[in-house]
Design a protein around this ligand. Structure first.
Ligand SMILES: Nc1ncnc2c1ncn2[C@@H]1O[C@H](COP(=O)(O)OP(=O)(O)OP(=O)(O)O)[C@@H](O)[C@H]1O
Ligand SMILES: Nc1ccn([C@@H]2O[C@H](COP(=O)(O)O)[C@@H](O)[C@H]2O)c(=O)n1
Length: 249
């Protein structure tokens, strides 16, 4: 998995901040980066990872669209909610606290969620990630920047009216402890109060892509397709039918 590589360039790359977070040697200054010095670098982590954050209210269809994005562009899907539910299922030391917070529609302390994401990012061979349901708050966002030391390339926001989100969540039928009207109302309030500022932050950074999340799943995905198609890093893994030149799925 790991191999030794020779660094040929003395330049500090723009991706060095992210690389440091991904287990690579931190580069302290220009002077310390010497031509022909050797570092341990994972072949899949020579470049900064391509990161997409997927935002939207509860039931807006984030997970559903993430499945389509994964099928088409081969990104690795990390759902913050799923990672937290896995802690509950595994009965880890944080499991009981996480369960109580999720039942109440509250946000789990950022340090816990970010560390779970960091573990997945570091142990993955992938260099392209879809981080679903994160960051939920400004505190989440800042903690990710501090701990993982990476920024998203793309932020998707699935924009859906509340009544549609309520209808979808109440029909979801997956046995989730938070898919009930009482918790749903709390989740919607928290979304408006805490997630909106994050959406606004990425809008101001020019990274936000807002998707109208009402309608047919396929039609919604048609809005997503051109966003990812424009990124060079994703082109080689795109599932394109060679006969028709159309994206499959
Ligand atoms: N465009 C759509 N039209 C109707 N139903 C949809 C649509 N997209 C997803 N759904 C359904 O709505 C429910 C919620 O979708 P999904 O789980 O993808 O949302 P989510 O944003 O990931 O939710 P959460 O944040 O609560 O995990 C699911 O039952 C899903 O099948
Ligand atoms: N960044 C996050 C993400 C989720 N949570 C908690 O999990 C619940 C379910 O999340 P989904 O993304 O699967 O809807 C959510 O309501 C929060 O309680 C979190 O704390 N932080």
């Amino acid at each position: 998995m790991w191999r030794r590589v020779t660094l040929l360039s003395p330049m500090i790359s723009s991706s060095s901040r992210s690389q440091a977070a991904f287990g690579l040697t931190a580069r302290k200054s220009f002077a310390t980066e010497i031509i022909n010095s050797e570092e341990r670098v994972s072949p899949s982590k020579e470049k900064a990872p391509f990161i997409t954050f997927v935002l939207g209210g509860p039931g807006s269809g984030k997970g559903t669209q993430c499945e389509r994005i994964v099928e088409t562009f081969g990104l690795t899907h990390l759902s913050a909610g799923d990672l937290l539910r896995r802690e509950i299922a595994l009965n880890t030391k944080n499991g009981a606290t996480i369960l109580n917070l999720i039942k109440d529609g509250k946000i789990v302390p950022s340090e816990v969620t970010v560390k779970l994401l960091q573990k997945e990012l570091e142990s993955s061979d992938s260099s392209k990630f879809l981080i679903d349901g994160f960051p939920r708050t400004e505190e989440n966002r800042v903690a990710f920047e501090r701990i993982v030391r990476a920024d998203p390339d793309v932020v998707l926001f699935f924009d859906c009216p509340e009544e549609e989100m309520v209808k979808r969540v109440l029909n979801r039928n997956q046995g989730r402890v938070d898919d009930n009207i009482t918790t749903m109302r709390k989740r919607l309030k928290i979304f408006e109060a805490l997630n909106r500022p994050v959406i606004e932050y990425y809008k101001n950074k020019g990274k936000l892509y807002t998707i109208n999340a009402v309608g047919d799943v396929d039609d919604i995905f048609q809005q997503v397709l051109p966003i990812f198609s424009s990124f060079e890093q994703l082109k080689e893994s795109r599932n394109v039918n060679p006969k028709t030149s159309l994206v499959e799925n």
